[in-house]
Design a protein around this ligand. Structure first.
Ligand code: PCA
Length: 216
């Protein structure tokens, strides 16, 4: 059976929880859309996240890659269209570093950007059919989520696996994240964790259909 590599992130910044970690943990080991889900938790620091991701891709040779993270403030689940070869952090990462105008991959062979190879429109349609409002986002930010999407697409492309569906799904806050916002700060839109996990699962089911012919 083909494997789906599903990643979430550790908590970061002022957020005590990360809905992406919970969704990835909830789906770990399950068969979804005819694929075996292998979940992993990534650190919110580009060097260690990049090394962990490279090792996961090498070890599992996944048939599809679904990377997820929190986008606190977004009211809906969003599919990222593009990852840029730029790191420009507005908040420090979990190692305390703030990168400014830095390349994500500082090599001559690194293109300015990679597009998602996820079936974005099919995923949106599947969400719609499952009563989950969502949309396509044209920026993944310039923080660690953008970095890991760039890194995974670059790794696959460099190894001639550029056709492997791979991209990033940004998730809204869950109640734990929304409850942690201080009273003097604007409130965050949130979804119940179960609904966030359901959105990831529906997206994964679409990927199963996409790579099904390769399984036979
Ligand atoms: N969200 C951050 C990094 C980790 C996460 O869950 C981002 O959007 O870059």
């Amino acid at each position: 059976m083909r494997t789906l590599l599903l990643t979430g992130f550790e908590p970061f910044h002022t957020h005590p929880d990360n809905p992406s970690a919970r969704a990835a943990a909830a789906l770990d080991g399950l068969e979804v859309g005819g694929m075996q889900v292998i979940s992993a938790l990534l650190p919110v620091e580009p060097h260690s996240a990049g090394a962990a991701l490279d090792a996961l891709l090498e070890r599992h040779q996944p048939g599809a890659v679904l990377l997820t993270g929190l986008a606190a403030g977004r009211p809906q689940v969003t599919l990222e269209r593009v990852a840029l070869n730029v790191m420009d952090f507005n908040i420090p990462d979990n190692a305390g570093n703030t990168y400014r105008d830095a390349p994500a991959h500082p090599h001559a062979d690194a293109p300015p950007a990679y597009l998602s190879t996820l079936p974005l429109r099919e995923m949106l349609s599947a969400w719609q059919a499952a009563s989950i409002p969502g949309h396509i986002s044209n920026t993944a930010g310039l923080y660690v989520c953008n970095f890991v999407m760039y890194r995974a697409r670059h790794w696959l492309t460099q190894r001639g696996e550029g056709e492997v569906p791979c991209g990033f799904l940004h998730l809204p806050a869950n109640p734990a994240v929304a409850l942690a916002v201080p009273e003097d700060r604007p409130p965050l839109p949130y979804l119940p964790q179960e609904e966030i996990t359901r959105a990831v699962r529906v997206a994964a089911e679409v990927l199963g259909k996409e790579i099904a012919p390769v399984q036979k």
